[in-house]
Design a binder for this molecule. Structure first.
Ligand SMILES: [Zn+2]
Length: 320
């Protein structure tokens, strides 16, 4: 990649990060910020799902390829999906051809409902594990999100399941762009799919990376997530779109630093014979104290990490 192009990428990403000036088009409620030519992210709250943000917390990736539009993680409900489509229509007449669900969390996938109404209908794609989890859980997740956000927010939202067509190590071809598919089992969730476009130096990391926000670990495996992030951090990429868009240094690196702090602090406490009542003091959390949701989320993460590492410790597994 030429210096000029990399310079442009850096500048446009900085513009997108700094004050969130809309670079392209705004729908009723969805604004798409351009990250590089043809690549946009929907402006979303960098926060956990709450009634106040209507669950609009996923920066949906939109890639206008020349041969159709790719949408990754369409969002939490039909209304957001409809507004997203309005914003896409303002950019291009190309049809949405591919919709990817990275993992089976409702705020990422339930807006499939709006995109499934398109004709011709896009293909909905996920890994086999994510497709199976969605089949198992989407009904419960929809009910839970209705209870949390209110029925009005979820109006028109039905369950649309993806095809289990994405395979680890395979490629998804969208026009001239090839996306390498990675599937990480037991990381942020039971299965997390990553798309990586080497030509674009762009990594679509789903729930695996956070920016200035404490990661959600309700379904996470600490060690699996750390391993996934170490692999992702080794890829040549300029831009990461995950729970927030940013550079690898703004997303992958600090998320891994937080998880490493959990592992090293708790590992040392277990080695010293401490019990779980000292878990919260065992983790050097000062660098993360200003991240969003620290006071509510961090203690839950420490408890979960302690349970997992204690099990590994009892089995004689290395905790590094
Ligand atoms: Zn998630």
């Amino acid at each position: 990649m030429s210096i000029t192009r990399r310079g442009f990428l850096g500048a446009s990403l900085a513009a997108a990060m700094d004050g969130w000036q809309p670079a392209a088009a705004a729908g009723a409620r969805v604004t798409l910020d351009q990250l590089q030519p043809g690549v946009y992210v929907a402006r979303a709250h960098n926060a956990e799902v709450a009634r106040a943000n209507a669950g609009e917390v996923v920066p949906t990736l939109v890639h206008v390829t020349g041969a159709g539009v790719l949408v990754v993680d369409p969002g939490p409900q039909a209304a957001w999906g409809g507004a997203l489509l309005g914003a896409i229509r303002a950019l291009t007449p190309q049809p949405v051809r591919w919709v990817v669900n990275t993992h089976a969390h409702p705020e990422n996938v339930l807006a499939n409902a709006a995109l499934a109404r398109l004709r011709p209908r896009p293909v909905f794609l996920a890994s086999a594990a994510t497709a199976a989890l969605m089949r198992q859980r989407c009904a419960d997740c929809l009910a839970r999100l209705q209870a949390q956000l209110g029925r009005a927010a979820m109006r028109g939202t039905t369950i649309v399941l993806p095809e289990p067509a994405l395979q680890a190590g395979g490629w998804l071809h969208t026009g001239a762009t090839a996306w390498q598919v990675q599937v990480h089992d037991n990381a942020h969730s039971a299965s997390d799919t990553v798309l990586y476009a080497p030509q674009l130096r762009l990594l679509c990391a789903g729930g695996l990376a956070y920016q200035e926000r404490v990661p959600e670990m309700q379904e996470a495996s600490l060690q699996g997530w750390r391993q996934a992030l170490r692999q992702l951090a080794a890829l040549p990429a300029d831009t990461v779109v995950a729970t927030a868009p940013g550079t690898p240094a703004q997303t992958l690196v600090p998320t891994l630093a937080y998880l490493d702090a959990l592992a090293s602090g708790i590992g040392a406490a277990l080695a010293a014979g401490c019990d779980a009542s000292h878990a919260i003091d065992a983790v050097a959390a000062a660098p993360f104290r200003r991240w969003r949701h620290f006071h509510a989320r961090h203690p839950l993460n420490v408890q979960r990490a302690w349970r997992q590492l204690e099990d590994l410790w009892m089995q004689g597994e290395p905790l590094a």
